[in-house]
Design a protein around this ligand. Structure first.
Ligand code: PGA
Length: 249
């Protein structure tokens, strides 16, 4: 079901005590909102975060997972491990996973499939790099990331998918896509899904924008009709900024 979502991707930030401090400040300041608020702390603190937030409205997501149920995959985490600590949402395909850890479209498709088989919800990230946008190739890149990562899925699976369009050139750079660029791409994403599936699936999927969203630009980006919220990196690490972004929606 299409809904408003603000998700904080904490990346490799905040140790356990900092995680507790940030969560308690966010809980103190959280306004009444119809938007779903999600935080994604690092793996080692997920269990504690899930425990702290269990009676709150805030959901917890993992930043990654492996596709296998268990086995000899040193350093990896499975869907079963996440579910067992009450984490049922996972970010898959973040550009940093693609760029620094060599995650390919093919691998991501396997992870998405595994997450859905385990009845998890997936926040699937994708987006073009700067040279691809400069070359006018951004629509093709996004279309192929969607196709390779998601378009083998049966129609029913889409109710467990949230999309996060994150142009790589806007992540952590302070440079944001303009609200018009975000809207243009989000509308293109819905059109692409309509062609691959149908309009009802395209209309029902929540599409978040990510890339240097901050209190000063969130309102304008979120006001666009095809933007259903944001995946927030840097600004999610400061309670006041994150709360201001939640208020902006
Ligand atoms: P940023 O990160 O808000 O720091 O640009 C966004 C993301 O990577 O999800």
């Amino acid at each position: 079901m299409r809904s408003k979502i603000v998700a904080g991707n904490w990346k490799m930030n905040k140790n356990l005590s900092e995680t507790k401090d940030l969560l308690s400040e966010i809980l103190d300041k959280l306004p009444d909102t119809e938007a779903e608020v999600i935080v994604a702390p690092t793996f080692v603190n997920l269990s504690e975060a899930a425990h702290i937030l269990q009676t709150s409205e805030i959901k917890v997501a993992a930043q990654n997972m492996h596709y296998a149920r268990n086995g000899a995959f040193t350093g990896e985490i499975s869907a079963d491990m996440l579910l067992n600590i009450n984490v049922d949402t996972v970010i898959i395909g973040h550009s940093e996973r693609r760029a620094y850890f060599g995650e390919t479209d093919e691998l991501l498709a396997k992870k998405v499939k595994a997450a859905l088989e385990n009845k998890m919800r997936v926040i699937f990230c994708f987006g073009e790099e700067l040279d691809e946008r400069k070359a006018g190739n951004h629509f093709n890149v996004v279309e192929s990331q969607l196709k390779n990562g998601l378009f083998e899925l049966p129609a029913e699976a889409w109710q467990h998918i949230v999309l996060a369009y994150e142009p790589v050139w806007a992540i952590g750079t302070g440079e944001t896509a303009s609200p018009e660029q975000a809207q243009e791409m989000h509308a293109f994403i819905r059109k692409t899904i309509t062609e691959a599936y149908d309009a009802s699936i395209a209309d029902e999927v929540s599409i978040l924008y990510g890339g240097s969203v901050k209190p000063s630009n969130a309102g304008e980006i979120f006001s666009k009709s095809d933007v259903d919220g944001g995946l927030i990196g840097g600004a999610a690490l400061v309670a006041d900024d994150f709360i201001a972004i939640v208020k902006a929606i």
